[in-house]
Design a protein around this ligand. Structure first.
Ligand SMILES: Cc1cc2nc3c(=O)[nH]c(=O)nc-3n(C[C@H](O)[C@H](O)[C@H](O)COP(=O)(O)OP(=O)(O)OC[C@H]3O[C@@H](n4cnc5c(N)ncnc54)[C@H](O)[C@@H]3O)c2cc1C
Length: 485
């Protein structure tokens, strides 16, 4: 009997656990350790943040699903990995701390044969002074944050309705924050809601971003086929922002937020400020703070994790200049190089470098997006890792038949605004591959046949459809495994 432990019931870990349960017979144990008793479909938090959905529509309780599927669920936080065991056991284990009320604070050593670390990002609001829902800005990264953002947005809408002008600033809250796509989708939705109420003349809306050009989205931008001709995501994105009446400030690294004032530095090295009444800024991401120790209890965290707390995997981490970056730097199996039975799919893995070109301000501050790991690649990575682990369990040795490099896989991104069947518009972007490969595609860095962008109502329907489809899949309803990641 083998024991597989998955940490984190997000898009990557939940996918992994479901695939493992489908592939492995019941004599093998599959354990999920995750602190939140709910699964949340993170992309739909945007709709919670504009009051078009309630948190209950984007989340569901994990325990009944795991009970039905035979997953041993522990509502707990993983704390320390002991990949060689400790003085009391040779078996590798992870030390966890329960967070559910009945066992709160209790710890347990959960032994494993294979460990999948899918703990995603720590939302590192502390990385920027004054950032976050407990300080001066809003967030939509969790359903709780998004609900609070909607409360604050309503107040701003009410003030405008009473004739008081409001300034909205939405974007990235750190010089190296990522997840521009989510913030961009939110700003379009906020603009849509303001427009719907015919309050545009009372609003000043600004897109504040660390991107070198808007439309970079942390993937170095893209050339896309649109209506039969090739254009850049810069032009595509600028024209959408202009259409929505949104100003933009690019190459801006937010360094501090005070009540109503955002301080940022730009690439020219200038220290600037922008005033706001409502701001939603994405925080920097880091690893969730897992530790590792060897048999003697000595800290070996730096052996398993990069300095940012994300886990080292089969990437090429040799420091390289931008011109030397290669598609082959990107990992494909997400196996830890030191311990062959540990894997890290999704946001939990440490990327070899950014995808966007790195820039430094005149003062030496790095201002550029770190690489996004969006939902679709995170789901695919979770599945591929689970398939390899299941195969390894069956063969009794580690086999890595399945691969999923971000330099060899595509991603679709739908940035939708508005809500409902008739009202809405979406910019649908598909890129292949996510990480550009100029050796294979010298002209555009990507396959221009599959790197496409189209605005329109159809993409908006697709986004709405995806909300229901992916929640159906996550609940493991009949036929779930036929729905792609
Ligand atoms: C507002 C928003 C909108 C987005 N929209 C889109 C979109 O439209 N399309 C798209 O492709 N992507 C979108 N994304 C990105 C997408 O949500 C992420 O790519 C995806 O969630 C990453 O999956 P993950 O499993 O790596 O991490 P997560 O989904 O964050 O899951 C990590 C899990 O680990 C758990 N965890 C944390 N610490 C521990 C610990 N110590 N022990 C155990 N478990 C732990 C967490 O509770 C969580 O359940 C959006 C992101 C945001 C914030």
């Amino acid at each position: 009997m083998a024991k597989v432990v998955v940490l984190g019931a997000g898009i990557s870990g939940h996918t992994a656990v479901m695939v493992l349960r489908k592939k492995l017979s019941k004599k093998h144990e599959v354990i999920m350790v995750s602190p939140n008793s709910n699964y949340q479909w993170v992309p739909s938090n945007i709709w919670v943040g504009i009051g078009q959905m309630k948190p209950d529509q984007v989340k569901f309780a994990l325990a009944p699903v795991y009970k039905r599927k035979g997953v041993n669920y522990k509502q707990a936080l993983a704390k320390t990995i002991f990949p060689e065991g400790d003085g009391t056991t040779d078996k590798p284990f992870v030390e966890i701390e329960y967070v559910d009320e009945s066992k709160k604070g209790q710890t347990e050593k959960v032994t494993y044969d294979y460990l999948i670390n899918a703990t995603g990002p720590k939302l590192n609001f502390a990385g920027t002074e004054g950032l976050g829902p407990d300080k001066f800005t809003n967030s939509i990264c969790t359903y709780g944050h998004a609900e609070k953002a909607w409360e604050n947005l309503q107040k701003a809408l009410d003030k405008m309705a009473k004739g008081e002008k409001q300034r909205f600033v939405i974007g990235t809250g750190h010089p190296m924050a990522t997840c521009q796509g989510a913030a961009f989708e939110y700003i379009l939705n906020v603009a849509f809601e303001i427009n719907k109420r015919k309050l545009m003349d009372m609003a000043e809306i600004t897109w504040l971003t660390n991107e070198y050009e808007v439309g970079d989205f942390g993937m170095g931008g893209a050339f896309i086929k649109k209506g039969g001709y090739v254009t850049s995501t810069k032009i595509f994105t600028e024209s959408i922002l202009a259409e929505y009446g949104i100003n933009w400030i690019k190459r801006a690294g937010v360094k501090k937020v005070e009540k109503g004032v955002i301080h940022y530095e730009n690439l020219a090295g200038e220290e600037k400020t922008i005033d706001f009444d409502f701001a939603m800024l994405i925080p920097p991401f880091a690893g969730v703070g897992l530790k590792a120790a060897d048999k003697s209890g000595k800290d070996i965290t730096d052996k398993l994790f990069a300095p940012n707390g994300l886990m080292k995997v089969d990437a090429d981490y040799t420091p390289k200049d931008f011109n030397e970056w290669s598609a082959n730097d990107w990992p494909s199996t997400y196996q830890n190089p030191t311990y062959e039975n540990i894997f890290a799919p999704g946001i939990a893995f440490a990327p070899p470098h950014s995808i966007s070109k790195p820039f430094k301000s005149k003062n030496g501050t790095p201002i550029f997006p770190t690489p996004p790991r969006t939902g679709m690649p995170s789901g695919v990575m979770g599945k591929v890792v689970a398939l390899n682990v299941a195969e390894s369990v069956k063969q009794g040795k580690v086999v890595l038949k399945h691969t999923a490099s971000m330099a060899r896989m595509g991603a679709a991104c739908i940035v939708s605004s508005g809500y409902g069947i008739r009202n809405g518009m979406a910019a649908t972007l598909t890129v292949y591959p996510v990480v550009p490969d100029y050796e294979k595609y010298p002209e555009w860095g990507r396959d221009i046949g599959y790197t496409v962008g189209e605005p329109g109502l159809a993409g908006h329907w697709m986004k709405l459809f995806m909300h229901y489809m992916f929640l159906y899949k996550a609940k493991a309803r009949p036929g779930w495994s036929f729905i792609p990641e």
